[in-house]
Design a protein around this ligand. Sequence first.
Ligand code: TYC
Length: 111
Amino acid sequence: MPRMSDKEDRRDDDGDSTTLLETRTKTQRPPLYKVMLLNDDYTPMEFVVLVLERFFGISHAQAFELMLTVHKKGLAVVGVFSHEIAETKVAQVMDFAQRHQHPLQCTMEKE
Ligand code: TYC
């Protein structure tokens, strides 16, 4: 989007050229983070489906499809969140997998 530069040449009341200093307001979006699931040979497919339903609010059918994508491609993005939410999702998945003694890995990466 075009925006005003810091300095703009304007005519003042007397008509002479003056340089006005302006404060520019640039809206910053917070960075977003992709949360990814990694494939492995041991975590049961049903467990991955449950993780996607429970922690990512994905329907059973969509979760099954996404699990198969991870299984076939090695990894997939399962959600995009703010840093704090992404960190929480990763921690929840890793903790849940560990408590069930599955080697499932979940990571995050800046978009
Ligand atoms: N590859 C696993 C199996 O065949 C299933 C699986 C899918 C594991 C996705 C992890 O993120 C994963 N049991």
